[in-house]
Every structure is written in structure tokens, then in C-alpha cells.
Design a protein around this ligand. Structure first.
Ligand SMILES: NC(=O)c1ccc[n+]([C@@H]2O[C@H](COP(=O)([O-])OP(=O)(O)OC[C@H]3O[C@@H](n4cnc5c(N)ncnc54)[C@H](OP(=O)(O)O)[C@@H]3O)[C@@H](O)[C@H]2O)c1
Length: 249
């Protein structure tokens, strides 16, 4: 039996795993012995190896509901043992204007609003529903990645992004209510300014206003995600954990 076919190994499905917080999350769970099935638009990145990576990577465009539906069928067939211990909805997009400027409620095109909501919000609804049986069988955990921008006007994150993350925080409470009786916990993590490609140049200057006086690292976020997927957090559900170095104003 290969490692990825093993029935006693816990499995995580992680969206947006090719870089940043997602990449750190793959490394965290893999190092704890989990099998990690990853999803993103790009093929498996050869420069980012982890055990059984290429066989467990699914190329999907989460902005396309048909493509997402097809990917769910592939994921279910690849699970093998019908159990999914963790689902982390991490893929997220934050479009900017042609010169990198913030897009607000007046300047964001409807098409762009829709694309952001499909990736940042509707894909989460679809994946959780599509994998409900497997999550229930494993008494698994769902973690939705929201943002500091979901609860305040942010200088760089756009309006579509911010409202999609606010909706995702609200969805987390709704899902915790619906999935709780199935034995599935649902939580969110809301990162502040984390050093990844999604950050604008100006975000780095925000460090001076953060109580801990530095940006966060992807690994610090990955550790919080791991906590929410393990029995260490067995009575935590419907929560949004803020990972922002104390940046609450
Ligand atoms: N970095 C921060 O400071 C920060 C702060 C607050 C919240 N967050 C949230 O944390 C999450 C990860 O952020 P990050 O900074 O690590 O972002 P990132 O480096 O830009 O990575 C985004 C990931 O999402 C995937 N993705 C984008 N569009 C997709 C699509 N249509 N279908 C499938 N996958 C798609 C990307 O892979 P492909 O390009 O291969 O598709 C990539 O793996 C996001 O939800 C973000 O909103 C980040």
C-alpha cells in the first residue's frame, strides 16, 4: 500500500496551496504526517516538493463553478477511504486597478465582484457541501481563511475582497450551526499583514502601527490553522481567530 492510499493517515484538502499561507500550511500538515491534497490553478510546482505532492494536486479554477464541481468529483474519488479530516478554504484573490490602485465600491466592475466572490466565498460553500459525507465520516474540521479587511476599511485591500471576507466570516458562523450536528467543526482565521505575494508594497510600512511591530509570517498562520484542525481545539467552533499581532485599530 502506498502512503497516499493508507487508511490510517489523516487527510487535508487545501485550496490555494501553491504559495504564501497555503504553501506554509502544506508544510505544517505534511510534517505532522498528514496526507495533503492541494488545489490551485497552476500545475503542481516542482520547486515545492512534499511527499506524494504531484499525485495529490488537483488543478482547478475556483472562479468557475463547473470546474469546481468537476474537481469535487475528482477529490472524492482520490480520497479512497471516504474520510476527510480537514478542509482549509485558503485560496483568495484581491484584484487591483491597472496601476495597482485599490478598487472601491465605485470603481470595481461587476465581473470582478463576481470573480472575487466565486473564489473567496462560493467555492467554500461548494466544497463543504460536496465533501459533506467525507467530513462527517471523519468528524473533520473546516477552516475558512478570512482577513483583517473583512471588519474594517483597509488602505490596500479592495471593496470586493473586503466584503467577500466579511461574508465568509458570517458564513463560518452559519456553517458551524449546520455542520455541528454532523460532528464537523467550522472556524475561520483572520490574518492581518502577513508577508506573502498578496501584500501591497505599502503594507510593509504598516508594521510600525502593529503592536508587535512586525508583519506576520505564513508559518505563524499555518500553525493556527493546524490547531483548528486537531483535537486541541475540540470544542472550538464558529470562531474567527485573529492572527494580526494585536492590530485591532
Ligand atoms: N497575505 C496576507 O497578508 C493576508 C492577509 C489576510 C488574509 N489573507 C488571505 O489568506 C489567503 C492566502 O493568502 P496568500 O497571501 O497566501 O495569497 P497568495 O500568495 O496570493 O496565494 C493565493 C493562492 O490562491 C490560489 N488561487 C488564486 N486564484 C485561484 C483560483 N481561481 N482557483 C484556485 N486557486 C486560486 C493561488 O494559486 P494559483 O495561482 O496556482 O491558482 C495561490 O495558491 C487568502 O484567502 C487571503 O485572502 C492573506
Amino acid at each position: 500500500m502506498t502512503t497516499s492510499e493508507s487508511t490510517d493517515r489523516k487527510t487535508l484538502l487545501l485550496t490555494g496551496a501553491s504559495r504564501g499561507i497555503g504553501h506554509a500550511t502544506v508544510k505544517r500538515f505534511s510534517s505532522e504526517g498528514w496526507r495533503v491534497i492541494t488545489c490551485s490553478r497552476q500545475p503542481f510546482p516542482e520547486n515545492c516538493p512534499w511527499e506524494a505532492g504531484p499525485e495529490d494536486h488537483i488543478q482547478v479554477d475556483l472562479s468557475d463553478p463547473n470546474n469546481t464541481r468537476a474537481a469535487i468529483d475528482v477529490i472524492r474519488s482520490r480520497l479512497g477511504n471516504g474520510r476527510l479530516e480537514g478542509l482549509v478554504n485558503n485560496a483568495g484573490i484581491s484584484p487591483k486597478g491597472p496601476d495597482g490602485e485599490r478598487l472601491n465600491t465605485i470603481t470595481t466592475e461587476l465581473k470582478s465582484w463576481a470573480q472575487v466572490f466565486h473564489v473567496n466565498f462560493f467555492a467554500t460553500v461548494m466544497l463543504a457541501r460536496g465533501l459533506r459525507e467525507e467530513l462527517t465520516a471523519a468528524k473533520g474540521a473546516i477552516v475558512n481563511v478570512t482577513s483583517i479587511a473583512g471588519s474594517r476599511v483597509h488602505p490596500f485591500a479592495g471593496a470586493a475582497y473586503a466584503t467577500s471576507k466579511a461574508a465568509l466570516a458570517s458564513l463560518t458562523r452559519e456553517m458551524a450551526f449546520d455542520y455541528g450536528p454532523l460532528g464537523v467543526r467550522v472556524n475561520a482565521i483572520a490574518p492581518g499583514e502577513i508577508e506573502t505575494a498578496i501584500l501591497s508594497e505599502g503594507s510593509k510600512k504598516l508594521a510600525n502601527d502593529i503592536p508587535l511591530r512586525r508583519l506576520g509570517t505564513p508559518d505563524e498562520v499555518a500553525r493556527a490553522i493546524y490547531y483548528l484542525c486537531t483535537p486541541e481545539s475540540s470544542y472550538v467552533s464558529g470562531s474567527e481567530l485573529h492572527i494580526n499581532g494585536g492590530q485591532h485599530c
